[in-house]
Design a protein around this ligand. Structure first.
Ligand code: OGA
Ligand code: NI
Length: 357
């Protein structure tokens, strides 16, 4: 166990949390009574609870028959009007979801010395990294979150570099969610005048994937900080598995209000990312979201970010522009877009300005 340390000194605190592999989880486990200054977010970055609308929720869609035109309409409408929805009867076995949550807890329960091997600076691969906050080198104020991020290259690469305590479960979850991802994309592109998902569009719609394990430990002053600051994802689609804790809030389209995404047993939360907002020329919305810190419970979540390939140039799809729409976004190299996202702290929807015309 870590020695008792005074964290008045921010550099010592960063060393403990970031460089020594303890993470905010290690800090939480020291049972500190007050939140260190490093995590105290300015008021405008915290979630204003008076802006949360209590009786509204994002759509919940039953995917038992995804070819039913009614279901297809619900999916496309949700992507246009909410940018976020939950799916049930989605075909990913509940056992696989439960095992991936257990695997996430197992990884974060490893001793700091073991986890430390996955820090960027200690790791022979750039495709797996353990991080605290969002970007500790850039964030002036830290977020109350640890995460392991794994970019999928191949099963062999994963066997070589992903942590063995969670690797098999992550790979199984990725494999089992693929039919759902394809079904969602097939449905969504019908409204963009693409006739089918095939080798001409699959690469830039779902050519690469990243899976994150997010850990939000119990926080001494949750109201003063954030789990994740408000941001939109840079993906085409994100498939998010959350546990039963809750705490994810989503901005209501074109408003100053937020709605909670209540945990529903066996469900997955789907959101549109910036890449699909750009490709659909703004028809599908990549919505801001935010995770609050929690004073009573540890929370895990596991998003799969379904992305274009880094080498793809993305922009409004020709089929969309052919309908006579004026392009709202320019063409950008996807890896440049992602680099831009990782250059600055979370700040709402501002990443997409990079591609705006
Ligand atoms: C993310 C994210 C939400 C959650 O990792 O991009 O928004 O509920 N996570 O953890
Ligand atoms: Ni997100």
């Amino acid at each position: 166990m870590a020695p008792s340390i005074s964290f008045i000194d921010t550099d010592k605190l960063k060393t403990f949390v970031v460089d020594d592999g303890h993470g905010v989880k290690g800090l939480s486990e020291l049972k500190i009574k007050t939140l260190p200054e490093l995590f105290v977010q300015p008021c405008e970055k915290r979630l204003d609870m008076s802006k949360v609308v209590p009786h509204e929720s994002i759509p919940v869609i039953d995917m038992s028959d995804p070819e039913d035109p009614e279901v297809m309409k619900l999916i496309c409408d949700a992507a246009e009007n909410w940018g976020f929805f939950q799916v049930v009867n989605h075909g990913v076995p509940i056992r696989v979801l439960d095992e991936v949550k257990d695997a996430a807890k197992r990884f974060f329960s490893l001793p700091a010395d073991e986890k430390k091997k996955y820090l960027f600076k200690n790791n022979p691969t750039k495709n797996v990294r353990l991080v605290t906050s969002f970007i500790p080198e850039v964030d002036k104020v830290y977020e109350w979150k640890d995460y392991l991020s794994c970019f999928y290259v191949s099963d062999d690469e994963a066997f070589a570099f992903w942590p063995s305590v969670c690797r098999d479960q992550l790979l199984e979850y990725m494999k089992e969610s693929e039919p759902l991802i394809k079904t969602l994309l097939k449905v969504l592109i019908t409204r963009l005048d693409l006739s089918k998902l095939d080798e001409t569009n699959e690469p830039f719609l779902m050519g690469s994937r990243r899976i994150n394990l997010n850990y939000y430990p119990i926080c001494p002053n949750p109201e003063l900080t954030v789990g994740v600051g408000s941001h939109s994802d840079v993906s085409t689609l994100t498939i998010l598995l959350q546990d039963e804790t809750g705490g994810l809030y989503v901005r209501k389209l074109d408003s100053d209000n937020w709605v909670h995404v209540p945990p529903i047993k066996g469900s997955l939360t789907i959101n549109i990312g910036d890449a699909l907002q750009i490709m659909s020329n703004g028809r599908y919305k990549s919505i801001e979201h935010h995770v609050v810190a929690n004073g009573l419970e540890n929370r895990v979540s596991v998003p799969i970010f379904v992305n274009p390939r880094p080498s793809d140039v993305i922009g409004p799809l020709p089929q969309v522009i052919a309908r006579g729409e004026k392009a709202l976004y320019k063409h950008v190299l996807y890896s440049d877009y992602v680099k831009h996202f990782y250059r600055k702290p979370h700040n709402g929807k501002d990443t997409i300005d990079f591609a705006k015309l």
